[in-house]
Design a protein around this ligand. Structure first.
Ligand code: GBH
Length: 469
């Protein structure tokens, strides 16, 4: 059983589906620039067209209706709305596009959950330092206020930033996401810091200016694997798993939900490592000052993106240089009993979601939780009858039910990733996460439901009313 008003959803992100990268006055984003550089993305692919949802939104809406979801999670392209990133110039065609999407959803009785930022910073703001620049927080806040003002009469669930951990680490430390920087051991902490400041400013704006009228809820979406000790009786492994959780989820969740500051274990590890390498200068992990917006309490619910789990033991650093991996001192290994689905990083571990939900309940003061992403990929030989993915969704949703009923976690919704196959970042179109297949070789980009889409629709139909039918 699921609560009667449980949110059953599916998600997408602007750059992954929209295409129309230069259409009707849209400005370039860092993902446009990144994909147009050689050697960045699998097969030199890009999101110039993607699923062409900019022109084919009605097709997406048909898919959404076919699933019978109660909610649809989408993201707005900042540079489509504000081409140079600032409110000095508004692209009205972009506003019209999202107005139509939102209105069509509501007309079909589907509630939108809207993400303001899913990896695609306007390039003009990157040229001014991007997320490393402290001024980005004010610019983000202006963009957020513009969106609340424009769409907030109809949108009641907001995500400010999707996965700050991924933006910071993959974008500025590992260099495998835009903007493709590899400034190891320093930039990512600064980026994460400015993302928290930006998120908090936007939450405060919503809270004081828009909430009284609009009565919605705002959070940020945090990704985390479930980490457990390689040897559950080994204290070093237990400590390493705790460090990994702190460096992944705690980095952002601790400031927002617990103390207003980073987890102590994170700062201790970073500063100890700086001292060891005789790194001179202020702590690589910035501090919040009295000029910053208060960070604590700036989330109305907990938004979790969960995909997989890892076994952890100390180690896995990068030798005698600075890097997050060495700071973290937690080596992540796969349990050989966990099947891999598609991409190498995605081991199928449904029970890890239940454990992580329980951890969130206990650590972050029993918040309302939305699982804003969870999914399963295929690569290579296409399978329309994707039975493995069907099992994955059934098993995972069962674990969510256990978290609710046996562990008392206040889970309010579940969003499958993704509505349809799309541009999977550095993997291009080679990795398919959709409940609908998209034929990228067909000019019409035809969407066709997978067996897993049909099964998910049945699950929703069965539980939507609260009682299993
Ligand atoms: C989500 O991130 C994204 O929000 C979504 O846009 C994306 O489509 C979805 O995942 C599926 O990938 O390449 O070995 O260095 C999930 C968190 C963190 C999972 C980075 C993959 C890459 C590991 N992701 N991780 S690796």
């Amino acid at each position: 059983m699921f609560p009667r008003d449980f949110a059953w959803g599916a998600g997408t992100a602007a750059y992954q589906i929209e295409g129309g990268w230069q259409a009707d006055g849209k400005g370039p984003s860092i993902w446009d620039a990144f994909c147009h550089e050689n050697g960045r993305v699998f097969g030199e692919q890009n999101g110039d067209v993607a699923c062409n949802s900019y022109e084919l939104w009605e097709k997406d809406l048909e898919c959404i209706q076919q699933l019978g979801v109660t909610h649809y999670r989408l993201s707005l392209s900042w540079a489509r709305l504000l081409p140079d990133g600032t409110t000095r110039h508004v692209n009205q065609t972009g506003v019209q596009y999202y107005n139509k999407v939102i209105d069509d959803l509501l007309a079909c009785d589907v509630s939108p959950m809207v993400t303001l930022y899913h990896f695609d910073l306007p390039q003009t703001l990157q040229d001014q330092g991007g997320w490393k620049s402290p001024g980005i927080a004010t610019l983000f806040d202006s963009y957020a206020k513009f969106c609340f003002q424009t769409f907030g009469d109809r949108v009641k669930l907001w995500i400010t930033i999707n996965e700050p951990h991924v933006c910071a680490k993959l974008g500025y430390e590992d260099g495998i996401h835009a903007p493709g920087l590899k400034e190891k051991g320093t930039a990512a902490y600064l980026v994460g810091h400015n993302m928290l400041r930006a998120h908090a400013m936007a939450w405060h704006s919503y809270n004081s200016v828009y909430r009284p009228q609009q009565k919605g809820a705002v959070s940020l979406a945090l990704n985390s694997d479930w980490f457990e000790p390689s040897d559950q009786h080994c204290n070093e492994d237990i400590a390493a798993a705790e460090r990994d959780l702190a460096f992944t989820l705690g980095w952002f969740a601790w400031p927002v939900f617990v103390t207003g500051d980073y987890p102590e274990v994170m700062r201790t590890a970073i500063d100890a490592r700086s001292a060891k390498l005789r790194y001179n200068g202020a702590s690589r992990l910035p501090s919040f000052s009295s000029d910053d917006p208060a960070i604590l309490g700036t989330a109305d619910f907990f938004a979790l993106n969960y995909y997989t789990s890892r076994k952890v033991k100390p180690g896995g650093g990068c030798g005698e240089t600075l890097c997050i991996k060495s700071d973290r001192d937690a080596e992540e290994v796969l349990d050989s009993s966990w099947p891999i689905c598609g991409v190498s990083w995605l081991a199928v571990v449904p029970y890890g979601l239940r454990k992580l939900l329980k951890y969130i309940k206990d650590t972050f003061n029993n918040p309302e939780v939305y699982i804003t992403e969870n999914g399963f990929s295929q690569v290579g030989q296409l399978q329309m009858e994707d039975v493995q993915r069907c099992e994955f969704y059934k098993d995972t949703i069962m674990e969510v039910a256990k978290a609710i009923h046996q562990d008392g976690v206040n889970v309010r919704g579940y969003f499958a990733w993704s509505l349809m196959d799309n541009f999977e970042w550095a993997d291009g179109f080679s990795v398919r996460f959709g409940l609908f297949h998209v034929d990228f070789s067909d000019a019409k980009l035809r969407r066709t439901i997978y067996r897993s889409g049909r099964e998910y629709a049945k699950i929703i139909e069965k539980y939507k009313s609260g009682q299993p039918k």
